[in-house]
Write a protein that binds this ligand. Sequence first.
Ligand SMILES: [Zn+2]
Ligand SMILES: [Zn+2]
Length: 369
Amino acid sequence: MINAKGYGTKHSFTDLKPVQFEREEAGAHEVEIEVLYCGVCHSDIHQVKNEWSNTVYPCVPGHEIVGRVRKVGAHVKAHAVGDLVGVGCMIDSCRACAPCREGEENYCESPNSWLATYNGPMVPAKEAPNGENIYGRDNTFGGYSDVVVVKEDFVLAIPASLAPEAAAPILCAGVTTYSPLKQWGVKAGDKVGVLGFGGLGHMAAKLARAMGAEVTVFTRSKDKLELAQQLGVTGVLEDDDKALEKLASSFDFILSTVPEKHDVNPFIELLKRDATLCVVGALEPLKPIDNQELAFHRKRVAGSLIGSIAETREVLEFCAEHGIAPEIEIIPIQDVNDAYRKVEKADVHFRYVIDMASLKDEKSEFADI
Ligand SMILES: [Zn+2]
Ligand SMILES: [Zn+2]
């Protein structure tokens, strides 16, 4: 076994604290990675606080991991010791269902769906048919730790031109927005709207702009209007009715990155006939949708969940090629609870990334989990 240290919690109501635990040694097809950086995703906060009612405790979050390969199993071919690599939201899937065979593991239809980097299988044994668990484990521990062990085909090479700390958020925020932009065929000259201007939203804006689209971001925060300008996109306040009225029926595609229940109706009105508004931020019921607006103009509201391993590889290369990187603020792990509070208040520009070397400076004791 490998002794691992990190930050985690046993309950929904406490802050994250220093913890120690054991991980299995790398098997023949697995890679042991020393974690260098891990992004702070809004879904980490949802999970830590059990806001989706599916958290398995103890919880060690983190699924925007960049690190260096420290050891490889006997049959590993894709990665070597010393490689800079990344791990996103998934660490395994069934490999047998139709979506898996078609390279869309993020839509795995096996009884347990895919295996998440933390919090175990997406469908736990107690909710699976026959109570089965094809992965043989109910919980997994993520990247807020000094080491992870992952199957080689769920490990991504980080292109040399990307700074390791900036590559981390591409592994969730990047691919979650890249996948729908690609799926709905966003191309040069398209008008693309992005609802919500946080970690996901700012990546969506950068990616769509690099695809040649004319991008408008909708935000609740006045001071983010200037940040939009700095990124070369148009900023509009979400509640500026006059501005929204002028934009009616003008968008080819709108991506909503708002991470909670919200009203998409005012933005459906901004779509052209036949255009789609895709929701990636919220995993809960939205405010009721006015079907009259959809029906009268054959508009669509859709959803999309992260992206496949192939798309994660693609978005890393796309970012390297176009010189795109997330806007990040590096923090020591000891500041992670404060960072959560700021993310909840949307008071972050735009993604916190934990420098995992800070674990070595930990002054508190690491509790067993
Ligand atoms: Zn995430
Ligand atoms: Zn599958």
